[in-house]
Ligand binder design. Sequence first.
Ligand code: FVH
Length: 291
Amino acid sequence: MTEHGKTPVTVLGLGAMGTALVEALLAAGHPVTAWNRTASRAEVVAAKGASVASTIDEALAANEIVIACLLDYDSVHEVLDPAAAGLRGRLFVNLTNGTPGQAREMSAWADGLGAEYLDGGIMAVPPMIGSPAAFIFYSGSGTVFGRARTALDTFGGTNYLGADPGLAPLHDIALLSGMYGHFIGVIQAFALVGSAGVKAKDFAPLLRGWMDAMSGFTERAAEQLDDGDYVTDVVSNLAMQAAAFPNLAKAAEEQGVSAELLTPLQPLMDRRVAAGHGDEDLIGVIELLKK
Ligand code: FVH
């Protein structure tokens, strides 16, 4: 700890996100030792006051708290495997995007080396880091979360989900799944109206308004799921939706637009209706996703 009580931190990875994390730590007064595979990318944070480690061993030796934000879990192993002994006694926070299984494997690996492990899922793009709009899911060692908390709070809001290291990536991937579902709809809608020469800027307010109007689906579906009741007070039943849904693909075909982003939902709707659930809401198809 410095005389001002700001914990020193090592950050591995100075891509767009790693750089934003270092900048937030420096802005809050945390001394930072930074390391990146391509050394030239460290110049930006060095100019702002970070110490730059020339080797991974030096970076690990510098501080008890070590944060990794690399491309993927393979790159984390590629960086840390040759320097694994340096992780002993470290509080290791991994903010690299991955799966619950990868996080659990990384946690067991770190544990075997005498390090404590906290996984994190960043719900922000780099310019949001350091603002209240950013938040990060954490799971794994509560000790690491507690000890690193002051540093982690500089990135944005924090949400600690529990001791299972897989919980943070699970929530991260679930939110990303929702995001990509939304993006799929937006891309398809722009492609359709674009095929008739409608300017995207003219259509955007209509699309945004419609998406906002339909956003209540989330809370309604949550209620139905928690109650285990997909049929009470249904206003747009699945049989009706399954009958209308092929028009999305037909209209796309007529306009010379591929419907491949959307078509996977059709067989799920059809199977659920065929199984006698046409009176349900759309959320009932969730039953077919359970393997
Ligand atoms: N940027 C974003 O919008 C998202 C927001 C949510 C969280 N993600 C995840 O954050 C991780 C890092 O993402 P990033 O934006 O910093 O990514 P890049 O700018 O592409 O930087 C990649 C860094 O990883 C290093 N790296 C890649 N492969 C290796 C390797 N084999 N060995 C060592 N380092 C490696 C790369 O180093 P270099 O290419 O500069 O030498 C960068 O430091 C990521 O998990 C996102 O999913 C970001």
